[in-house]
Write a protein that binds this ligand. Structure first.
Ligand code: DHB
Ligand code: FE
Length: 285
């Protein structure tokens, strides 16, 4: 049986990728941010998964206004690296897990979630920056990745509640896979940030930290937050945080199991225009 061993939550700010790639990670501006991930890299080394189910959002790289899937699962064997802004990052391509991805697609679609199945796409900073933060700069990523893209860019976006329910279905799907795999689920994006308009630069530390508290201890309450509250309190791009609820919904306690062990919590401002939040939660073995 495959098992969800842990969930990881982290922001994906593209400038973090550029800081990595240009060797600026020890600059005074970036050092405190990267220091918050030192523990995480050690933890990853000691808790190596076979597969990471990586919930992220595409930023008009693979998708555009031509096609807007609400939820898209990558079923390919590999994914190329692409990006807007700084251009494609010099990081390894991403190896997929087509068998597990196809199984999850089958299971979740039969449980009434509408997924778009993607057999070919490139992935952007939404996916590659979390990989760099958690793994550093390896020659090859040390696990397979199932990219799971959520539309949080073009309205209408999915509710936190639906994301949380989807996480529960993903957990059931993983646990019904016939194969002995350790799977982590990552929720990425956020925290508070707004990149455009009169409120550009908005950061809300109080709301962000209250969100972290809720996500840890009362995820059902976090799932009940309406989308307008994210936008009002955490900025237009703060809506990326609904993706964290997919990962949280896949944890054991939500299905009546034991509470997760909080291994790490980190919060830092600023990183470019974004407040960075990061959590690691383990399911007790
Ligand atoms: C920034 C943050 C994002 O989430 C993004 O996709 C692009 C830019 C920023 O803070 O600059
Ligand atoms: Fe983003």
């Amino acid at each position: 049986m495959a098992r969800i061993t842990a969930s990881v939550y982290t922001s994906h700010v593209p400038a973090i990728g550029a800081a990595f790639d240009l060797g600026k990670d020890q600059d005074a501006y970036w050092q405190p941010l990267f220091a918050g991930y030192e523990y995480s890299k050690r933890w990853m080394g000691e808790n190596r998964p076979d597969v990471v189910f990586l919930v992220y959002n595409d930023h008009a790289t693979a998708f555009s206004l031509d096609m807007i899937p609400t939820f898209a699962i990558g079923t390919a064997a590999s994914y190329g690296i692409a990006d807007e802004g700084w251009g494609p990052r010099p990081v390894p391509q991403v190896e997929g897990h087509p068998e597990l991805a196809a199984h999850i697609a089958h299971s979740v679609i039969q449980e009434d979630f509408d997924l778009t199945i993607v057999n070919r796409m490139e992935v952007d900073h939404g996916l590659s920056v979390p990989l760099s933060l958690m793994c550093g700069q390896p020659q090859a990523w040390p696990f397979k990745v199932i990219p799971f893209a959520v539309n949080v860019v073009q309205y209408p976006v999915p509710s936190g509640r639906r994301c949380f329910e989807l996480g529960k279905a993903i957990r059931r799907a993983v646990e019904s896979f016939d194969g002995n795999l350790k799977v982590q689920i990552w929720g990425t994006g956020g925290m508070s940030h707004q990149l455009q308009g009169a409120r550009a630069g908005l950061i809300n530390r109080e709301w962000d930290n209250a969100f972290l508290d809720k996500l840890i201890a009362d995820p059902a309450a976090a799932a009940a937050i309406p989308h307008i509250d994210y936008v009002r309190e955490a900025g237009s791009e703060g809506i990326e945080l609904v993706m964290w609820l997919i990962a949280r919904g896949a944890m054991a306690d939500v299905a009546g199991g034991p509470a997760p062990i909080l291994q790490h919590r980190f919060y830092h401002v600023p990183a470019s225009n974004t407040a960075v939040g990061h959590l690691i939660m383990e399911n007790p073995a």
